[in-house]
Design a protein around this ligand. Structure first.
Ligand code: SIN
Length: 307
């Protein structure tokens, strides 16, 4: 019997597709190639009713590339490349409540995963096994759509700029201050307590060649070439611009849904509107490369203090 091609249902005008007819635990070469092509085309893919063991989840990630180990989060015993996503009765999105002992919800603010790394992840694959009765959606926004909607004058201006991305604020909130207090034990390369890097504000996708905005509220701190006030005002404009609903897709989860996203051209936010309920799953994250600038002039000053 001839194999059926997977079905593709676009979820919004610019980003996201739901794919059916693929079993992620058993993809042959042709199916994986199709999945990979769809990933590049739609930026975010949603696949329902998947049954993946932890090893199969990891094996799927490895077909995209080497796996990333999160600089702060600890995986389950023997699985350092697994990033646990778990929110329950003791979780909160409110910094005050977190400081008072509640556990911070992962990804509750717009971000591209670990963009503070000198080589930020290519993509992520999140598998949720337990979901709340309502809520707990994830919003994704397309950096391509955001870039393409800007005027040519603004595009040209942004293409010359670079921005500092830092893990400090987010990681202090999630993991406390232990790294800042003990750099010798936890220090990253060059003795920094938290990862930090400089990336182009507009990056060129290494596989599609398309240009994408690459700043996010979670990690971007300032634009290198501008004064502080200019930098804050421009970043706030860009964040709001990227949050335009027309550039977004909203993924509604069910148990055993897998969502894959391309961190090079999207950012996301996990909506925390299910306090008191459980939302649980695991993510694997695929290593990426240094973001490419789109101009010849933008300075390739990747790591602030030299890697
Ligand atoms: C994340 O990877 O940032 C979490 C996304 C989610 O929980 O929906």
């Amino acid at each position: 019997m001839p194999e059926q091609a997977p079905k593709v249902r676009k979820l919004s005008g610019h980003i996201g597709a739901e794919i059916s007819g693929l079993d992620l635990a058993r993809l042959d070469e042709r199916e994986f190639k199709r999945l990979h092509d769809l990933f590049l085309e739609h930026q975010v893919l949603v696949l329902r009713d998947q049954m993946l063991t932890r090893d199969q989840h990891i094996a799927l990630g490895k077909r995209f590339g080497e796996l990333h180990v999160h600089p702060m989060a600890k995986g389950p015993e023997g699985y350092p490349e697994i990033f646990p996503i778990e929110a329950g009765a003791n979780s909160s999105n409110d910094p005050k409540a977190i400081r008072a002992g509640k556990k911070a919800v992962n990804g509750g603010h717009w971000h591209s995963d670990v963009s503070c790394d000198p080589e930020p992840p290519l993509g992520s694959i999140l598998y949720l096994r337990e979901v709340p009765e309502f809520g707990g959606d994830t919003l994704f926004s397309s950096g391509y759509a955001a870039y393409e909607a800007l005027s040519p004058a603004m595009q040209n201006f942004l293409e010359e700029l670079t921005a500092v991305h830092s893990g400090e604020a987010t990681y202090r909130l999630h993991y406390g201050d232990q790294r800042a207090q003990d750099r010798s034990r936890f220090g990253f390369h060059n003795g920094q307590a938290y990862p930090e890097a400089v990336h182009p504000v507009v990056r060129r996708h290494p596989e599609t060649g398309r240009k994408s905005l690459f700043v996010n509220r979670g990690f971007t701190r300032e634009i290198v070439e501008l004064g502080h006030a200019e930098s804050q005002a421009l970043l706030e404009f860009l964040y709001r611009h990227q949050e335009t609903p027309e550039f977004q897709v909203r993924v509604q989860w069910a148990a055993n849904t897998v969502t894959l996203w391309d961190n090079r051209c999207t950012q996301h936010r996990a909506v925390f509107d299910y306090a008191g309920q459980v939302r649980r799953g695991e993510r694997v994250t695929i290593k990426g490369d240094r973001p490419d600038s789109v101009t010849r002039h933008a300075s390739p000053q990747w790591a602030l203090a030299g890697a």
